[in-house]
Design a protein around this ligand. Structure first.
Ligand code: MIG
Length: 827
C-alpha cells in the first residue's frame, strides 16, 4: 500500500489511503487457498503526483519529477502552455491528429524558483508548480490566477487494457461558467454538467442526451470576467465534469492515453478560440456555392425525382445551389457504385443539373460490402486495408449494404487509396461528398468493439484510442482525395463524426434531429457551441430529420438556417415532402424571402468565413463572447451574432408574436424597420411569421449581392453597400476573390476595409483595400440608412453626387465607383 514518494501533506495522504482501500481487491477466498498465496500483489490504486523535487529544462520544455512520475511543461506560444504527465517518466510518442504541428515561432520564457514553487513564465502566462503537492496553476501577467489544480494529477492502472485512466481535477469558482465541447445537446453554459466524449450515432437524440456524434475535448472557462481554455488532446473516451459532482471542482479524465492538455490564455473568449484555432487549424475557404441553400432528402430517387425537385426550385424562384443524393443512388448501397435502374446515366443527369445551376453532392459511408465481385472490397481485401480484431479476424458488422468491412482510415496508405476512389465521381461531375455513419456506426452493436486494431499513422492502437478520430480521418481522406482530383477547385465535404481539428477537412451537420420546437432550440445552441469549439462551418437538418414539421416550424427553421453557416434542409425517408414550397402559402413566400436574404448576404458571410479561415474568428458568436464580464450573459443562449455586425434571435416557440431580445452595448438598427435601438438591454421585438429579430450594428457596412437563383447564375454587376449611420467610428470588412479556387493561398484576394463615422451634421465613409484580386464589377450601389439629418450634399472623392434617390423611410441611394476612397455626407 505504501507509495514510494513521501507525502508532505497528511490530509492528502489520508485521502489517498481511502481511495486505495476502496479500490483494493479484497477476496476473502484467497486466505483459504494456501497453495496459491496471493501475497504482495499490489492493489489497483489511484496514484497522485507526489512532490516535485527536481526541475530540468530542454529547449522550450521543462520537466518536473517526484522521483517516479514526471510532468512536462511545454511553452507553445506566449498564450499556450502544454502539460503532459508520464506516470513512470516515460512520455508517449508525440503524435496528434488534432494538432498536426506545434507553432514554431520563438517565444521568450523563463523558469524561476522560490521556496513554495517553480514558475515557468512567458510574457502573458505563468505556470506555477507548487512544491508542497505538485498542484499546477496558471496566472496572467497581473498575477491573477485563472486555472488551478484542486488535486495533483492522478492515474489508475487499467488492468484490462493496460495503460492508465488519467485524471486532472481543477477548482471551480462559485460564478465560473464553461463553454465549448462541440455539439452537446444541453444548455450553452456547461456549468453543473457531466459530459462524455465518445462519437455516437444518436438517431433522434433528445435534450441532455450525451454523447453525440462528435468529440471536441476543448472548453472555455470564464471566471471574474477572464476567459481561459483547456484543450485535453486525448482521443480515448473522455469525461468532463464542470462542478457537477462537486460544485468546487472541474475535472476531466480519459480511459487511456496520456494526460495531456493545453492551457490557453484569454483574457477574452475570442482570444481563447483564436488560440485554439492556432493549434487545430481552421476551415479552408469553401467554394462560394457551398454557402448557398442546399436541398437534401433520404433520398431523392430515381433520377427523374431529382430533376423534378431541381426544376421545382427554378419554377418557384427559390434559390438553391446544392442537391444531395442519399444512399439510394448506389447499387445495393455499395460505395462508389450507381444503381443503374434509378440512375441510368449519372453523367448526363449531373451535367443537366449543373446547367441548371445545381451542384451534386453524394453520400459515402465507411462500410464496404463483403462481396468478392465488388472492386472496392476486392482492392481493400487484397491490400489488407480493412480493420481487424485483436485475433486478426476482420472487423465485420452490418450496415446499409449488409455485411461490411471497414477501411482503417488511420492508416495513411488507406487514406490515399480511399481518396483515389473518388476519381470516377469527380469525373462524372460530383462537386461535394457527404460522409455519414463514420462514428463509426454499426447496426445492433452501435460501433466497433474495443479490441479492433488501428494503424494510427504508425502509433498503433485499439479502437479505444482510434474511435473518436475514425470519422475525422475518413473525411480527411475524402477531402484530400477530392482536393487532388478537383485540381485547383475547392472541394466541399460534410461529415457527421469528428474530433478536434476536423474543421481542416470538412463542414459538419448536427445529425439526426427531430421536427420539433425543442429541436429548433437544441440546434440553435448546438451551432453556437460548435462555432466556439472550432467548427464554424455547421448547420442543422432544417425542418428536423425525423417527424413532421408543420409550415410554421419549417419556416422558423428556414429563418434560423438563413443564419447558419451551413444551410441545408434534410428529412428522413418516411416523412412527407419537405421542400421550401411543400407547405403552401404563406410559407412558400416567406421561405423564399429568407433564402433570398441568405443570397443577398453571401458577400457578408463569405467575408466572415475569411475572418474565420485567416484569423480564427468563429462565424457565430454568442452574446457571452461580446460581453463576458456580465455573468447574466453567461446564461443567454438564444441570441448570437452572425459575423460581428448582425445580431440574430431565432423565434423558437410556436405562435410567438413577440419576444425579448438582448442587444449587447452600442447602437443597433432593427433590420426591418430601421429603428435605432440602444443596446445593453433587452428589447421587446414583434415577431410576425414573415420576420425574425435581426439587428445591425450602427456604423456597419453590409455588402449585398443581387438575388440570384444560384451563386454563379450571372456575373455580379454591382455590389450593394448597406451603410448604417453611427456617431462613433466603426470598421467593417469585405473579402473578395475568385470564390472557387485556391488562388487565395497564393495571396490572390482583396481585403477591403470601411470606416464609418458620423456627427450631428456629417457622415463619412472611408474605404481602403489591400490585395491582388480585382473584382469584375465596376460600381457600388450605396444605400445610407439611419441618417439623422437631411443631407444637402454628398461628395465622393471630391466630386459632388447629383443623382441621389430619397426614399420615404429617409434612406438615400446613389451609385459610385468601387474604388472610392472617401464619401462625405453633409447636412
Ligand atoms: O442509418 O443515409 O444522419 O442524414 O439521411 C441512417 C441515410 C443513415 C443517417 C444520416 C442521415 C441520412 C441517413 N443516415
Amino acid at each position: 500500500m505504501k507509495e514510494n514518494v513521501p507525502d508532505p501533506n497528511p490530509e492528502l495522504l489520508t485521502a489517498r489511503l481511502l481511495v486505495a482501500e476502496e479500490n483494493m481487491i479484497v477476496d476473502d477466498e484467497e486466505f483459504h487457498h494456501l497453495n496459491n498465496p496471493a501475497d504482495g500483489i499490489k492493489p489497483i490504486v489511484k496514484k497522485y503526483l507526489g512532490v516535485p523535487n527536481h526541475a530540468e529544462q530542454k529547449g522550450n520544455k521543462f520537466f518536473f519529477t517526484d522521483g517516479d512520475a514526471s510532468v512536462e511543461v511545454t511553452i507553445v506560444t506566449k498564450e499556450i502552455i502544454r502539460i503532459r504527465l508520464a506516470p513512470h517518466s516515460v512520455f508517449l510518442d508525440e503524435f496528434s491528429y488534432a494538432v498536426p504541428e506545434l507553432p514554431t515561432k520563438a517565444v521568450a520564457f523563463n523558469l524561476s524558483e522560490t521556496d513554495l514553487e517553480f514558475k515557468v513564465s512567458t510574457e502573458a502566462v505563468n505556470c506555477h508548480i507548487r512544491k508542497q503537492d505538485f498542484f499546477i496553476s496558471f496566472s496572467d501577467s497581473k498575477g491573477i490566477t485563472t486555472s488551478s489544480d484542486a488535486a495533483p494529477m492522478h492515474w489508475e492502472e487499467n488492468v484490462k487494457f493496460g495503460g492508465y485512466y488519467v485524471f486532472c481535477t481543477k477548482t471551480c469558482a462559485p460564478e465560473e461558467s464553461f463553454f465549448g465541447l462541440g455539439d452537446k445537446a444541453t444548455e450553452f453554459n456547461l456549468r453543473g454538467k457531466r459530459l462524455k466524449n465518445w462519437n455516437t450515432d444518436a438517431y433522434s437524440y433528445g435534450w441532455n442526451q450525451d454523447p453525440l456524434y462528435r468529440s471536441i475535448p476543448f472548453y472555455i472557462s470564464v471566471n471574474d470576467g477572464i476567459a481561459s481554455g483547456i484543450f485535453f488532446d486525448n482521443t480515448f473516451k473522455a469525461h468532463f465534469d464542470f462542478g457537477g459532482e462537486d460544485p468546487t471542482k472541474t475535472s476531466f479524465w480519459a480511459d487511456g492515453g496520456e494526460l495531456q492538455y493545453y492551457y490557453i490564455h484569454g483574457p477574452h473568449m475570442m482570444d481563447v478560440v483564436k488560440n485554439y484555432h492556432i493549434l487545430t487549424g481552421t476551415h479552408p475557404m469553401p467554394p462560394l456555392w457551398a454557402l448557398g441553400y442546399h436541398q437534401c432528402r433520404w433520398s431523392y430517387y430515381p433520377e427523374n425525382k431529382v430533376r423534378v425537385i431541381a426544376n421545382g426550385f427554378r419554377q418557384n424562384k427559390i434559390p438553391c445551389d446544392g442537391i444531395y443524393l442519399d444512399i439510394d443512388y448506389m447499387d445495393g448501397y455499395r460505395c462508389f457504385t450507381w444503381n443503374k435502374k434509378y440512375f441510368p446515366d449519372p453523367r448526363k443527369m449531373i451535367e443537366d443539373l449543373a446547367a441548371n445551376g445545381f451542384k451534386t453532392v453524394v453520400i459515402i459511408d465507411p462500410g464496404i460490402r463483403v462481396d468478392d465481385n465488388y472492386s472496392v472490397f476486392k482492392e481493400g481485401k487484397e491490400n489488407r486495408y480493412f480493420c481487424r480484431r485483436s485475433d486478426d479476424y476482420f472487423m465485420e458488422g452490418h450496415v446499409w449494404p449488409g455485411r461490411c468491412q471497414f477501411p482503417d482510415f488511420t492508416n495513411p496508405e488507406v487514406r490515399t487509396w480511399w481518396g483515389g476512389l473518388f476519381d470516377e465521381l469527380v469525373d462524372l461531375g460530383v462537386a461535394g461528398v457527404w460522409n455519414d455513419m463514420n462514428e463509426p456506426a454499426v447496426f445492433g452493436s452501435g460501433t466497433f468493439p474495443d479490441d479492433v486494431r488501428h494503424q494510427y499513422d504508425g502509433f498503433r492502437g485499439s479502437h479505444r484510442k482510434a474511435h473518436n478520430v475514425y470519422g475525422m480521418q475518413m473525411v480527411r481522406a475524402t477531402y484530400e482525395g477530392l482536393r487532388k482530383q478537383l485540381k485547383n477547385k475547392r472541394p466541399f465535404t460534410i461529415t457527421r463524426a469528428g474530433y478536434a481539428g476536423v474543421q481542416r477537412y470538412s463542414s459538419v451537420w448536427t445529425g439526426d434531429n427531430v421536427a420539433s420546437w425543442e429541436h429548433l432550440k437544441i440546434g440553435n445552441v448546438q451551432l453556437q457551441r460548435l462555432s466556439v469549439s472550432g467548427i464554424s462551418f455547421c448547420g442543422t437538418d432544417i425542418g428536423g430529420f425525423s417527424g413532421e414539421p408543420d409550415g410554421e416550424l419549417f419556416t422558423r427553421w428556414i429563418q434560423m438556417g438563413t443564419f447558419s453557416p451551413f444551410m441545408r434542409a434534410h428529412s428522413a425517408g418516411d416523412t412527407k415532402e419537405r421542400e421550401p414550397w411543400s407547405f403552401g402559402e404563406p410559407f412558400t413566400s416567406i421561405n423564399r424571402k429568407f433564402i433570398e436574404l441568405r443570397y443577398k448576404l453571401l458577400p457578408y458571410l463569405y467575408s466572415a468565413f475569411w475572418e474565420h479561415h485567416r484569423y480564427g474568428f468563429p462565424i457565430l458568436r454568442p452574446v457571452v463572447m461580446h460581453e463576458q464580464e456580465t455573468v447574466a450573459n453567461h446564461f443567454r443562449q438564444d441570441e448570437f451574432t452572425y459575423g460581428d455586425k448582425i445580431l440574430i434571435c431565432p423565434v423558437l416557440e410556436p405562435g410567438q408574436t413577440s419576444r425579448m431580445v438582448y442587444l449587447p452595448k452600442g447602437k443597433w438598427y432593427h433590420f426591418w424597420s430601421l429603428e435605432m435601438v440602444e443596446g445593453g438591454q433587452e428589447v421587446h421585438v414583434a415577431t410576425p411569421l414573415d420576420t425574425m429579430p435581426i439587428f445591425v450594428k450602427a456604423g456597419s457596412v453590409i455588402p449585398e449581392y443581387p438575388v440570384m437563383q444560384y451563386t454563379s447564375e450571372k456575373p455580379i454587376e454591382e455590389v450593394k453597400l448597406n451603410i448604417y449611420y453611427s456617431d462613433y467610428e466603426v470598421n467593417s470588412f469585405l473579402f473578395e476573390d475568385y470564390g472557387e479556387t485556391f488562388a487565395y493561398e497564393q495571396d490572390i484576394y482583396l481585403e477591403k476595409k470601411f470606416i464609418v463615422k458620423g456627427t450631428a451634421k456629417t457622415m463619412s465613409i472611408k474605404q481602403s483595400m489591400e490585395g491582388l484580386y480585382t473584382p469584375r464589377y465596376e460600381g457600388y450601389h450605396i444605400k445610407i440608412n439611419g441618417l439623422p439629418f437631411k443631407p444637402s450634399k454628398i461628395i465622393a472623392d471630391g466630386k459632388e453626387i447629383k443623382e441621389v434617390s430619397v426614399n420615404p423611410d429617409k434612406t438615400y441611394e446613389f451609385k459610385f465607383s468601387k474604388n472610392f476612397k472617401q464619401i462625405e455626407i453633409l447636412k
